[in-house]
Ligand binder design. Structure first.
Ligand SMILES: C[S@@+](CC[C@H](N)C(=O)[O-])C[C@H]1O[C@@H](n2cnc3c(N)ncnc32)[C@H](O)[C@@H]1O
Length: 382
């Protein structure tokens, strides 16, 4: 069997008790695809697939039965070493060390990729690469107004990332905007605002839209919005499922009970659609990256389990998204010091998290009250 081998050099020879502990540890590894070998100067780890939590339990049991301190015994050394290895795959909660990055075998992959081409729908864009500064009067500001007209005051190509969740037209009680429009009018207005977002976005910049379709009206908003950006020649980078683990539908709302005539489908998640203007890679300085290796590894798996925001009553806003969602989007898709725009800023979750993460921000909302709350939220937490 193939293993990844790691060597640990010991600073002092193993005592008899430590040797017995390591021997027992090896016996306890039966369920793991891992083993250890050792002599008086070294321990070798042979790793294939492990369940780290089980190893930790085993370590606790052995430390107790051999009466060795939990932090200083040879199995603790083994665990520390395993925890320091950052390259591994994950399958059903187990860490994989062998062949986890082997791609499916496709003969002449590069030739086939070249033949297929990438994002054909966006190749004939005419975005220009000039970069402009966001005017000082809009920098780190919460602006109250209709985004369609506010954004017209900004120069082209002055924003690095747009992250927003537009009103979903579900009929929520926002302070200053109707949320129950005829669908066609709703999308026409939304797309006039998104057209401005595309214009102010820098070449290489990104737009991330959090959206929940209204299933009961049979309106696939996430597809309609994605289709709009594709028609505008943005590159679809991907989609994240935000798993909220709640039901957007009452348990009793079945459509047609136990009949195929019209069952309702129930969803516990929303979508994040991600688009790039001009190119997939976003230029930036290495020192402005602020995502840890562990978070990067977790968050590129595009299903994020995050509970819905619980502070909506306190902020008196019916549809806030949680700070954790913003944090992940900003750290995964933008650099520190980038300019982050939210044209439907609500009570300022995007702007607040951007300021906390050393990004610059501009938040726009049509409601005076929401804007005031957003500004206070940022001030209080500075
Ligand atoms: C889903 S909420 C966004 C909530 C925000 N993500 C948060 O965490 O607070 C949508 C927001 O869009 C605002 N809005 C609706 N129409 C607008 C427009 N034309 N221009 C600017 N804001 C608008 C509403 O007032 C509402 O606060």
């Amino acid at each position: 069997m193939k293993y990844k081998t790691i060597e640990i050099k010991l600073t002092k020879p193993l005592s008899d008790r430590e040797i017995a502990m390591l021997t027992d540890f090896n016996v306890g590894l039966k369920q793991q695809r891992m083993k250890i070998e050792f002599d008086n100067q070294r321990i070798w780890l042979l790793l294939r697939e492990i369940d780290l939590d089980r190893l930790r339990d085993l370590h606790h049991q052995l430390a107790a039965s051999y009466e060795l301190p939990l932090t200083s015994n040879p199995v603790a050394l083994v665990l520390q070493k395993i925890e320091s290895i950052k390259s591994y795959g994950i399958r059903s909660g187990r860490r994989l060390y062998v062949d986890y990055n082997k791609e499916r075998k496709v003969v002449n992959r590069t030739g086939k990729e070249a033949k297929r081409g990438q994002f054909f729908y966006a190749l004939d864009h005419n975005f220009n690469r000039d970069i402009h500064e966001l005017p000082k009067s809009y920098l780190n500001k919460i602006i109250c107004g209709d985004s369609e007209s506010v954004l017209k005051n900004l120069p082209d190509n002055c924003v690095d990332l747009v992250f927003t969740s537009p009103p979903y037209n579900f009929g929520l009680a926002y302070q200053q905007s109707a949320d129950d429009q005829f669908w066609q009018h709703y999308f026409e207005k939304l797309f006039r605002i998104f057209d401005e977002c595309i214009r102010v976005l820098k070449f290489g910049g990104r737009i991330v839209v959090n959206v929940q379709p209204l299933f009961s009206d049979y309106i696939p908003s996430h597809h309609i919005i994605s289709n709009f950006f594709i028609q505008r020649k943005l590159i679809w980078k991907g989609e994240i499922l935000w798993e909220k683990n709640n039901y957007n539908c009452k348990y009793t709302a079945w459509g047609s009970w136990q009949s195929p005539s019209n069952p309702y489908l129930k969803y516990t998640w929303e979508f994040l659609e991600i688009f790039c203007k001009g190119e997939i890679k976003k230029p930036g300085q290495r020192q402005d990256i602020d995502i840890s290796a562990d978070d990067f590894k977790k968050w590129v798996t595009a299903k994020w389990s995050i509970s819905p925001e619980r502070k909506m009553k306190a902020y008196d806003h019916p549809a806030m998204f949680p700070e954790e969602l913003v944090k992940r989007v900003l750290q995964l898709f933008s650099y520190q010091n980038d300019v982050i725009l939210d044209p439907f800023n609500g009570v300022g979750t995007t702007s607040y998290v951007a300021s906390r993460l050393n990004r610059r921000y501009l938040g726009i909302d049509i409601s005076d009250e929401y804007c005031q709350r957003a500004a206070e939220r940022i001030l209080q937490n500075c």
